[in-house]
Design a protein around this ligand. Structure first.
Ligand code: PBG
Length: 328
């Protein structure tokens, strides 16, 4: 007997395929991570991330203007600091005149309508390269001593004009702590996007190259999650919801599409995913060798993250993808 049901009828032409397409990417889905460094007229490409640059503030602003023009309206800047500004307590992180907070304030001054998500974690400012305070004798990462510093960092970022605070440190209780500090200082309107399920991943390598922020000793496994665990992501989700997170994130994205879906099914909060540096680097490296079609792979990667359940995607592909989407 010939088949009664023929799914191919829904694939027979571009118009029909478009009509039944379930997931669609737009430039509104993207949050673009940016690297900012000290200096003037600097645009230094990250060796392991072709097409991604560390910009001095004067070069970052025109870059943002270009992105806005392409339809990207949300940005997540990260600072690359010289070693002389790093110490065990990440003091530079709350300096309103420092590189990061000055730049955030300047972005908001020139582009009041964009959304800026700032990063809360000690690593870019820490001489130990960890996200929390290190006990110098034992190497232990001290949770509660870190909260104090992370709270002050978040407050300084709110003062600089951050729209969204993004705690990426994975200390216990930091969402509630930061919410409390913000509210007590009249920053009730500032949002928190929690890095809810952030795994101890090898895919962060190129990011740590970009910021020279790798841990000086040890690894991040006592605070970032074990890649083997799925239910633990739901435990972190429940805590972040109870602590007052406005949005939750899964990171990395590609090896964790199941976690994105799991989190999406378990929450009514917006879910975001971080398509991290190593995921970007893999696509670029293979494309440069001519082993894959870089553009099609990029779009498939981003589509898969959205299909898995991400409402928004932090991605280094944002600008390139926005260009392609505008053309289509
Ligand atoms: C650190 C931080 C990391 C990333 C974002 N914030 C690295 C890490 O946890 O070691 C990684 C992002 C990427 O790889 O693109 N708080």
């Amino acid at each position: 007997m010939l088949p009664t049901h023929r799914p191919r009828r829904n694939r027979k032409s571009p118009v029909i395929r478009d009509l039944v397409q379930e997931t669609r990417l737009t430039s509104h889905d993207f949050i673009y991570p940016l690297f900012v460094i000290e200096g003037q007229n600097q645009a230094v490409e990250v060796a392991s991330m072709p097409g991604i640059f560390r910009y001095s503030p004067d070069r970052l602003l025109p870059e943002i203007a270009e992105c806005v023009e392409l339809g990207i309206h949300a940005f997540a800047p990260f600072p690359g600091l010289g070693d002389h500004l790093k110490d065990p307590l990440a003091r530079e992180s709350a300096n309103p005149d420092g590189l990061y907070l000055r730049t955030v304030a300047e972005i908001k001054r020139q582009f009041p309508d964009v959304a800026i998500m700032t990063d809360v974690a000690m690593d870019p400012y820490s001489s130990d390269g960890h996200d929390g305070v290190v006990n110098q004798e034992t190497g232990e990462i001290l949770n509660d001593a870190s909260l104090e510093i992370l709270g002050q960092m978040a407050l300084a970022q709110a003062r600089a004009g951050a729209d969204i605070i993004g705690p990426s440190d994975m200390m216990d209780g930091r969402v509630a702590w930061i919410r409390d500090v913000l509210d007590r200082n009249a920053f009730q309107h500032v949002s928190i996007m929690s890095y809810t399920a952030k795994y101890a991943s090898a895919f962060y390598g190129p990011f740590r190259d970009a910021l020279a922020s790798a841990p000086k000793r040890g690894d991040k496994k006592s605070y970032q999650m074990n890649p083997a665990n799925r239910r633990e992501a739901l435990r972190e989700l429940a805590l972040d919801e109870a602590e007052g997170a406005d949005m939750v994130m899964v990171k990395p994205a590609l090896s964790y599409l199941d976690i994105i879906r799991e989190v999406k099914n378990a929450t009514t909060l917006p879910v975001t995913a971080y398509n991290v540096s190593g995921e970007y680097a893999m696509v670029k490296a293979a494309a440069q060798r001519g082993w894959i079609d870089g553009e099609r792979t990029m779009l498939e990667v981003l589509l898969s993250i959205k299909r898995a359940g991400a409402d928004a995607i932090l991605t280094y592909f944002a600008k390139e993808a926005a260009r392609v989407l505008r053309r289509e």
